[in-house]
Write a protein that binds this ligand. Structure first.
Ligand SMILES: [Zn+2]
Ligand SMILES: [Zn+2]
Length: 333
């Protein structure tokens, strides 16, 4: 089969790659769509020790069961996946926090991923989708589940309902867009989205019922938001988030570009800020997200761009140079 292989930092190539072999308890999916994730971009620059050259990346999937060694799925069924392969028996798995499974692995990281014509995965990680759900929509399940999970963690810590909050989303990439869309569709009236890339601001303004700001020209006002989502995760955005939060406000830290930096611990302490981390999604979050996407909670997704898998090397290069307005590129074999 053809697959997009990560050759070395800043080089992807479409190559012949061994077909996946059907193993006990697994299925082989014929990939119809696979999205390029920010974490794959991170690896593309050589910044991810977990994703090494030779790997087929890709963990945002929509496809059809091609072969099955599981009684759960027959060939022809439309599916997406939970890219995390979890053990099912550790204390996290047994308490619905399977995203934190102590024995987890992941497709596109520990085993070949979805930038290919076919991919093998345990049947337990497969998530069925409605037959009338287009692959171009279902492929957004994984990134959308990330924001569904992050928002549910955040809401649990808010003093008042999220609908009453002044919200700032930092970053107009796919995660920032999906978070802003989820918030507005849930009835949050005051959502500001901060994005430094002018091309992305134009796209966001077309597709998002939110106020779009350039934080360089118009820095968010100090202590004016109850809830800030950092969908970038650099020192500059963390500092922006903390200064923008009202006392007892909630910071949801989702992006992870800089792994560490000094932050204003004085404000965090004295203003009783609530700083939250998040990692992926549970299987239940993914199921809820399939339903939400099917119900068009995330709008028409007109800001997503679709390209042939064969154009994958060019798509990565364009994303790397920020020469693109699409916040998400989906590859189609
Ligand atoms: Zn991802
Ligand atoms: Zn586990």
């Amino acid at each position: 089969m053809k697959a997009l292989v990560y050759k070395k930092p800043e080089l992807m190539a479409l190559e012949d790659y061994p077909d996946p072999v059907l193993a006990s308890g697994e299925v082989i999916i014929k990939i119809e769509s696979s999205g390029i994730c920010g974490s794959d971009m991170h690896a593309y620059f050589g910044h991810d020790p977990r994703r090494m050259p030779g790997l087929v990346m890709g963990h945002e999937v929509s496809g059809v069961i091609h072969q099955s060694a599981s009684p759960l799925y027959k060939p022809g069924k439309k599916v997406t996946v939970d890219p995390l392969i979890t053990c099912g028996f550790c204390s996290y798995c047994r308490t619905g926090r399977d995203n934190l499974c102590e024995n987890r692995t992941m497709i596109g990281m520990n085993r070949p991923g979805a930038y290919a014509e076919y991919m093998a995965i345990p049947a337990a990680s497969v998530v069925p989708i409605p037959e009338d759900m287009p692959h171009r929509v279902a492929v957004l399940t994984e990134p959308a589940a990330t924001v569904v999970h992050a928002l549910s963690i955040s809401e649990a810590r808010m003093h008042r309902p999220v609908q009453e909050q002044q919200v700032l989303v930092i970053g107009g990439g796919a995660i920032g867009m999906l978070m802003a869309l989820l918030l507005t569709s849930r009835g949050v009236r005051h959502v500001d989205l901060a994005e430094t890339n002018a091309l992305r601001r134009v796209s966001a303004a077309e597709h998002l019922p939110a106020r779009i700001i350039d934080p360089v020209d118009t820095p968010p006002a100090e202590s004016s938001y109850n809830f800030v989502v950092d969908a970038v995760g650099r020192k500059v955005t963390r500092d922006m988030a903390i200064q923008a939060l009202k006392p007892n406000g909630v910071l949801m830290h989702m992006g992870l570009q800089d792994w560490s930096s000094e932050v204003d611990m004085r404000k965090i302490t004295l203003a009783e800020l609530i700083v939250l981390g998040t990692y992926t999604y549970s299987y239940a979050d993914i199921q809820a997200t399939v339903q939400a996407l099917h119900d068009q909670v995330f709008g028409d997704l007109g800001w997503v761009e679709y390209q042939p898998l064969a154009d994958g090397p060019g798509a990565f290069a364009m994303l790397a140079r920020h020469k693109i307005r699409a916040a998400k590129i989906v590859l189609q074999p």
